[in-house]
Design a protein. Sequence first.
Length: 485
Amino acid sequence: MKTDILVIGGGIAGLSFALRVSKRASVTLVTKTEVMESNTRYAQGGLAGVFSENDDFALHVADTLKVGDGICNKEAVKVLVENAPDSITWLDSLGVAFDKNGSFHLGKEAVHSRRRIVHAGDSTGKSIQQVLVDRVTEGKITVLEQHDVVSILSEKGRCGGAVVVCDGERKIIHARATVLATGGIGNLYSRTCNPAIATGDGIALAYEAGATLMDMEFIQFHPTGLLHKGTNFLLTERLRGEGALLVNAQGERFMEHYHPEREMAARDIVARACFMEAQKTGADVYLDMTTIAKDVLEKEFPAITAKCTLLGYDVFSEPVPVSPTAHYLCGGVKIDLSGRTDVDGLYAIGEVSCSGAHGADRLASNSLVDGLVFSKRLAEHLEKGLLEPVEIEETLLDEESSSLSAIQALMWEHVGIVRNQQGLQYCLDELKKLTGRNATVAEMITRCALAREESRGTHYRSDFSTKIDLFRKHTLINKEGISFE
Ligand SMILES: Cc1cc2nc3c(=O)[nH]c(=O)nc-3n(C[C@H](O)[C@H](O)[C@H](O)COP(=O)(O)OP(=O)(O)OC[C@H]3O[C@@H](n4cnc5c(N)ncnc54)[C@H](O)[C@@H]3O)c2cc1C
């Protein structure tokens, strides 16, 4: 099969890119399972953009840099922030049911110095996914569901498409441009709020094709995953923005012992505090939403109140147990500001990519807009012209994949919220005995975490617990090795 542009992934990044680029080129979009399933679908909080009169780009940039903890690519942050409002308005024009009363209703989340979170109730991602899927499927884009991309066709630094498996059958898709939009890695951890598709496949595909990965050690753990067996449900940060409090098993607020900004400190700080408080007290920690007026809770967070009620919690009268949960990959496949990787013809957008906009930790609600902004920039870049077609033969052989649950347990235990040399080295040695793309991605994360002998953003080392200026750099890893730049 031949196509001008092959898009691997149908979340906010892949779908919005496909829509924008399909006017001038033939586009084939593949998804691992059904097209409605993605990380995007589960986003609750919203999209950050400067819309209010008391806000400006400089403030949004400053908040992003503060959370990024010294290693954001400032140019990428500027691009992200300055293009966010237009991108959100574009989504609105497609029909996403954002909460509005004339203008957007703006929510508040941690570290944002102004109200700037545009949302559709607490099911923002579901509305976005549905609208984008509707637009893509009614157009001339070829959508292939249940098509698992298992390798990239590449030769001498040039990519020419991908190999997919559908119903056990291998197919080759030749493409002039191949775009990775495969999302994050949450499912490499035993505790995550990501759906099963999020195993970082695009990271392994890019690495095997010769691309460079950046800042892979920075995995964001969200502080408040609902702690209930059999569910990976998240309790959005916007709840804390509206006044919800973190308490320990004795009902005491504990965040003041960890950071002056308490519940509104950056995510990595709050996640670590929850983890440490649970360790210190030997008991669970809780999110107390009873501090939010009942009508606000019901009106603004209908999906969360319904889900908690279904699971037997009365959020209006009692705190609910929570735990940090693997949430977001701040690093990824290294891209420039147009979405190009360092393999010709291979591009990356969305959570799988890393422009450096998020640095060592991501500001809440900056990732959906990242997917929109950088997919638009890539579409604009490719509209200037595609590379000449190349016919590259499949060279990679599939190897037996090791069990995901073994990797998840190792990663949670040793490459989780608190890390140290001994645990990381042990994990790396164990991972080297395993095979398959999940093991490759886990190994990349672990090697980068081992190399960064400091604590910064989401990366906390108990044996190097402070920030060190020498490491105010990006971690780069590819087949040639690891370096800081
Ligand atoms: C519970 C939750 C809440 C969140 N809340 C927010 C929020 O409020 N605001 C915010 O900004 N961000 C939020 N995020 C993060 C945000 O949702 C993601 O970063 C973003 O949706 C990623 O979009 P994406 O298009 O890059 O990837 P995804 O939406 O994850 O899509 C990935 C796509 O790639 C496909 N794929 C993967 N591997 C393969 C393969 N091998 N072959 C073929 N296809 C493949 C999948 O099938 C899927 O279609 C949240 C995330 C979660 C999990």
